[in-house]
Design a protein around this ligand. Structure first.
Ligand code: SER
Length: 317
């Protein structure tokens, strides 16, 4: 029986992943933790504790006390916020990962670790279209540099200490349950909220800025599929490309207009445009799809329907 620790359970990914993992492994076997309070359904559906991943001593006690076998470490400072406090973001993103890798090395019960990387590991010298798994990675953002260094450390811990750490380079993640905050791809979440609340949106990226994106349900499914794949299928111990769908702000705006005809979008690019410009437009994930199932079920139209309905329902409640 697995005992799973999710760090960052109050966040955009964690708040949804915890519920999916509890369905699979049983509510009491999935320990949700965060430094902030998690949504009610996370707290009410199983164990929740306040835990700071930077506190390595409490972390190791927690893991030993609960006989944890798998860790999902999802806490991070995202790309936009990281540019505001570069050294702090570097410290948090790197030290938290090192705490987890070192713990997985020394605690025998811990058999598997998941850690998210990002399309931010790519940079302006990377081929932009159908970006390959193995390619030039010269990121220009603090967030991207920390993710690239993290990938190298994951592979190092696998090679050197046989730590089974698995990772996905997530594209921009779109969801309505918990907002991300501080990311460059987050316009594609805000736009739906603003469409419903105000009927208009001022976008911080230019209208033709195409980026790879993925609806949260697809991201959760991919994450669980990767973690459940037999170890012999896994050839990448840094991080796997996952493609999702690619679109630009004008494409989402058009989909919204089909459903809310009076919706208006204006563009006022800020510092995040410079970040987005260095990221790929589309991702080649053929290796991931070959080695484990990374299928995307949500296209832009289905994603738009689900986001608009989900947000409306959230406000009605
Ligand atoms: N969505 C993240 C960000 O924009 C990228 O991984 O920061």
């Amino acid at each position: 029986m697995e005992k799973i620790l999710v760090i960052g359970a109050a966040g955009q990914i964690g708040s949804e992943l915890v519920l999916s993992l509890r369905k699979i492994h049983g509510s009491n076997n999935v320990f949700a933790t965060d430094i902030k309070q998690a949504p009610n359904d996370v707290i009410e559906s199983g164990p929740f504790e306040t835990l700071d991943v930077m506190d390595d001593k409490r972390l190791i006690h927690f893991v030993i006390r609960h006989k944890i076998t798998q860790i999902y470490h999802l806490a991070a400072v995202l790309s936009g916020n990281a540019e505001k406090l570069p050294l702090q973001a570097w410290h948090i993103n790197m030290q938290s990962l090192m705490n987890i890798l070192d713990l997985a090395k020394v605690v025998d019960d811990v058999k598997k670790v998941f850690w998210p990387s990002s399309i931010a590991v790519f940079g302006k010298t990377t081929p932009k279209i159908n970006t390959p798994q193995l390619t030039v990675t010269e990121p220009n953002t603090v967030y991207g540099i920390s993710k690239l260094a993290g990938e190298r450390w994951c592979e190092y811990f696998y090679n050197r200490y046989n730590v089974d750490v698995r990772s996905i380079r997530y594209p921009g993640l779109i969801s309505y349950k918990t907002e991300a905050g501080g990311g460059t791809t987050d316009y594609a979440v805000e736009i739906f909220y603003e469409a419903i609340l105000r009927g208009k949106y001022e976008c911080f990226l230019k209208k033709n800025t195409t980026l790879p994106m993925m609806f949260m349900k697809d991201a959760i499914d991919a994450t669980i599929n990767l973690m459940e794949a037999p170890a012999k299928k896994i050839s990448i111990h840094s991080s796997y490309n996952v493609g999702g769908i690619s679109f630009a702000p004008k494409d989402v705006a058009n989909e919204i207009k089909k459903r809310i005809p009076n919706f208006k979008i204006t563009y006022k690019p800020d510092f995040r445009q410079a970040i987005a410009k260095t990221w790929p437009e589309s991702i080649d994930d053929s290796l991931s799809c070959k080695e484990w199932n990374c299928n995307t079920k949500y296209n832009l139209s289905k994603l738009t329907d689900t986001m608009l309905n989900g947000i409306k329902e959230k406000f009605n409640n």
